[in-house]
Design a protein around this ligand. Structure first.
Ligand code: PLP
Length: 456
């Protein structure tokens, strides 16, 4: 007997994943290793341990272990906001008049407002276990800083957050949430670090970028005893932790015998798509299934669709390790009128390698089209989506509208990575009609790419 599919599919506590899945174990060609920018050689565990906690370094370098146990302390924290629901978007289907079936995994149901808490709590747990005093980080739109401040408060660690200046100014409420959870918060670039002072001297009046903020946070971590740096995306360890999204999605779909055709996530540094799609990419890598997987990125910062697959710095200050990834250049700073998030110049090395192998496709969207989709979704499903997540919504709606033309009943599952409750400045621009699209010219991208480091 076929069970009726509920509007919201929740897993029972007993059905919750107890391990994270490491997609690298199923990749024949592994993602390229991080390189030491000084020597050009692969980063060794010892070198990484000055920046990251030991257990996270192990996870970062492990290309072979398929499953990692989720520590009980982390699973206990997950219980506060997980499982996240897989929602059958019947209202959206109706609004679009599409024969497609649309589902979304909703990761915005926690105070940080996004999936980032899934990795923050894991990273802070390992820092605590190592006996560290505190951690430093950068935050762009603010979700990662909020997530890390929540995790640090929970485990009793000190937290210092460098927040990209334009977000610091545009999102005073997000800033206040971070302070409420006890973290120190500094607008970046700042004069509190050497690299910040250098960036300020070279680019006076800059509104900052994630790359600048990363440089500052790393500098503070390596120059202060008992501190390490934590990063909310891009790294292999982060994709590992975020696999909880995909594993829950897979379990929920299986529970009701739903077979997805198309899987979609937005891509900034690649962690929500990487985590959401991981088990499905695993099935593809093992030859068990085939899916159409789409990464949705902003046209103003188009790493996959207009970047190159090359070694590049992860930060603007060029002090971080080199990663082989799809990049539009670490010196690329997206236009200041870009309000739609996903401002990072590079991409997860895992996703980059999988994209290079042709396992999924990427599309770039202009922000006004993204906000159009956001409003359609908000009206239909009653959730104000994050601008970042709305790139995935745009892609899902476009796919559903294609089905409307062809009459195909495809099953589309997308990851709704977060809510837009703190993104009201961007919504204000959209509602007032002052939001514009800023697409970099080929010359601008070439200019940034001409500064890629030379790696043999
Ligand atoms: C940070 C963030 C993203 C982008 O980061 P990824 O690492 O690519 O997932 C997407 N959506 C939301 C809501 C975010 O907070």
């Amino acid at each position: 007997m076929e069970e009726k599919i509920p509007y919201k599919i929740y897993l029972e506590e007993s059905e919750m994943p107890k391990q994270w899945y490491n997609v690298r174990a199923d990749m024949k060609v592994k993602p390229a290793p991080l390189l030491n920018p000084g020597t050009g050689q692969p980063l060794k565990a010892e070198e990484m341990c000055g920046i990251f906690c030991e257990e996270l370094v192990k996870q970062e370098l492990d290309n072979d272990t398929k499953f990692f146990d989720i520590p009980e302390e982390v699973r206990n924290f997950y219980k506060m906001y997980r499982p996240s629901p897989l929602v059958h978007a019947t209202f959206l289907e109706k609004a679009l008049g599409t024969p497609a079936k649309i589902y979304y995994k909703f990761e915005g149901n926690n105070t940080s407002g996004s999936h980032k808490l899934n990795s923050a709590i894991a990273q802070v747990y390992y820092a605590k276990k190592q006996g560290l005093k505190g951690v430093t980080t950068e935050t762009g739109a603010g979700q990662w800083g909020t997530a890390l401040s929540m995790a640090c408060q929970y485990f009793g660690l000190d937290c210092k957050v460098y927040m990209v200046k334009c977000s610091y100014e545009q999102k005073p409420f997000r800033r206040e949430v971070i302070r409420t959870f006890g973290a120190d918060i500094v607008p970046s670039p700042s004069d509190t670090t050497e690299v910040g002072r250098k960036i300020l001297a070279e680019h006076p009046g800059t509104t900052g970028s994630l790359g600048c903020a990363i440089s500052e946070a790393v500098e503070v971590a390596v120059t202060n005893e008992g501190y390490r740096y934590e990063l909310g995306s891009v790294l292999n360890q982060v994709l590992l932790h975020q696999s909880i999204i995909g594993l829950e999605t897979q379990a929920a779909l299986k529970k009701y015998g739903i077979k997805p055709d198309i899987l979609i996530g937005c891509t900034g540094g690649g962690s929500n798509l990487g985590g959401f799609a991981a088990p499905f990419l695993g099935e593809m890598l093992r030859g068990e299934a085939n899916y159409k997987i789409i990464g949705a990125e902003p046209a103003s910062c188009p790493s996959f669709t207009r970047g190159v697959y090359a070694y590049d710095f992860c930060d603007t200050g060029m002090i971080c390790p080199l990663a082989k990834m799809y990049t539009i250049g670490s010196q690329f700073i997206p236009s200041a009128n870009h309000a739609g998030g996903l401002r990072f110049h590079g991409m997860s090395p895992i996703l980059s390698e999988l994209y290079h192998q042709g396992l999924f496709e990427a599309r770039a969207y202009e922000q006004t089209a993204v906000f159009d989709a956001a409003v359609t979704f908000a009206h239909a499903e009653g959730i104000l989506p994050a601008p970042e997540s709305s790139h995935a919504i745009r892609a899902a709606i476009d796919e559903a509208l294609k089905c409307k033309e062809t009459g195909e009943e495809k099953t589309i599952v997308f990851n709704l990575s977060g809510t837009g409750n703190f993104d009201l400045y961007a919504y204000k621009q959209f509602n007032e009609g002052t939001m514009t699209d800023s697409i970099p010219t080929d010359e601008e991208i070439q200019e940034a790419l001409s500064k890629l480091p030379k790696v043999e």
